[in-house]
Design a binder for this molecule. Structure first.
Ligand SMILES: Cc1ncc(COP(=O)(O)O)c(C=O)c1O
Length: 411
């Protein structure tokens, strides 16, 4: 056989595979070897998809809705999405030319980036952030400009440092609220400032609102949709059925925004995926029209789990668990543990997995050391057990550190 050195494109070598997928792979190996794991690593809810969606999708298959659809998605779903955003945020979108349905929010984001970014274009985004956001910019040949947020302020988004990072080359800003991994929710005033500044400078603001329904009172979700009537040329909203309706595997997301951009994204989609799966979109429409009770139940479930996790970790020495305002992630501050006991947060996450059987994602997957992302969208039992194991693990670590420090010198 002739040895053949495959030459992969540089863009792939630059981004690598998502680190959150690496963690899932290692956990799978351990589980297959019989370990009892509590998975706080998954970036998805453990709930079932709405019954209405399942019935509608099966019905669509039986009715022969199994062919290519319009690239931008069926008109009924686009119009329903536009109406939903009009009703909740007063948005001006109609579903005619200003909405595209995609293969998850991930594809919509990639299409937007491909439509707007090329070599030389800088894309400003806060850090930490979901790892695919900078990776997509890299794939498009652009330059991600990561603006570090302040851990002392629980990584809340502030307009000023983002705007300070703007240069002549800035073409796009990408924000994500509620945020994966920090759970931070953007304030109305910060969003307003960003929207105005982007509009003034001719920069497109992409708002990834994938977790929009998971916001816990007294906080509420602030959407770019509320600014689209005045600043419609400068804002793109990306959303998804994945998390709100527990429909991650269905792969249905969407974008609402200015017609020229939606047209360009649709052109990209026509060459990459054509359309989201026909019967999955039929299910998504049913979820949108009939799934509200389930959304509310999912959010209440996560609210309960959030209290469970945060209170279990409240007085554990060496760690700090800020109460997340949204999404279904706690971003545990373990900076005190890094440097002496563990060299990196990845090492700590490895030890947590091997010793306590808890899967957590190290902050390095999101561009920041000294934090662990804990997902609390699992079952009540899993979160209770996970919280107990975390508490025991960190309490033991702190106790053993005290013993090491107070041990008498041997020389
Ligand atoms: C911040 C963020 N945006 C977008 C997505 C993609 O979601 P979808 O399943 O709709 O592609 C995810 C998925 O984890 C996410 O965390």
């Amino acid at each position: 056989m002739v040895a053949w050195g495959m030459r992969l494109a540089g863009r792939v070598l630059r981004v690598g595979e998502s680190q959150t997928i690496n963690v899932a792979r290692r956990a799978r190996e351990l589980r297959e070897s019989g370990a009892s794991l509590v998975d706080l690593g998954a970036g998805e809810p453990g709930f079932s998809s709405p019954r209405s969606a399942c019935v509608a999708a099966k019905g669509a298959i039986d009715a022969g809705f199994t062919r290519y659809t319009a690239v931008e998605g069926p008109a009924d779903l686009r119009v329903a999405l536009a109406r939903d955003h009009a009703a909740r945020f007063g948005a001006p979108w109609t579903g005619q030319g200003d909405v595209v349905v995609s293969v998850g929010a991930k594809a919509a984001l990639m299409e937007a980036v491909l439509a707007l970014v090329e070599p030389g274009v800088e894309v400003v985004m806060p850090s930490p952030c979901w790892s695919s956001l900078p990776a997509q910019v890299e794939l498009a040949g652009g330059t991600p400009v990561l603006v570090p947020l302040d851990p002392a302020n629980d990584f809340r988004l502030d307009a000023e440092p983002l705007v300070a990072a703007f240069t002549e080359a800035t073409g796009v800003v990408i924000i994500n609220s509620p945020c994966n991994p920090t759970g931070a929710v953007i304030s109305q005033s910060t969003l307003g400032l960003l929207v105005e500044e982007c509009a003034r400078r001719g920069v497109m603001l992409i708002s990834d609102e994938t977790y929009e329904r998971y916001v816990y009172a007294p906080k509420r979700h602030n959407s770019v949709a509320a600014f689209a009537r005045e600043y419609g040329d400068s804002v793109l909203l990306v959303g998804s059925f994945s998390k709100s309706y527990a429909m991650t595997g269905w792969r249905v997301g969407y974008a609402l925004g200015p017609e020229p951009l939606i047209r360009a994204m649709t052109a990209v989609q026509s060459h990459v995926t054509t359309n989201a799966t026909s019967f999955a979109m039929a299910g998504a429409l049913a979820a949108l029209e009939q799934g509200e009770d389930q959304v509310q139940a999912n959010v209440m479930h996560c609210l309960h789990n959030r209290e469970q996790l945060v209170s279990a970790l409240a007085d554990v020495p060496g760690v700090r668990c800020p109460e997340p305002e949204g999404a279904f992630y706690a971003f545990l501050d373990v900076r005190e543990m890094i440097g002496e006991r563990f060299e990196t947060t990845d090492d700590l996450a490895g030890e947590l997995l091997e010793q306590a059987g808890v899967v957590a994602v190290p902050g390095s997957a999101f561009g920041v050391e000294g934090h662990l992302r804990l997902s609390y969208a699992g079952s009540f039992g899993d979160i209770e057990e996970g919280a107990r194991r975390l508490r025991d693990f960190f309490t033991d670590l702190a106790a053993s550190a005290v013993i090491v420090q107070s041990a008498p010198a041997l020389d």
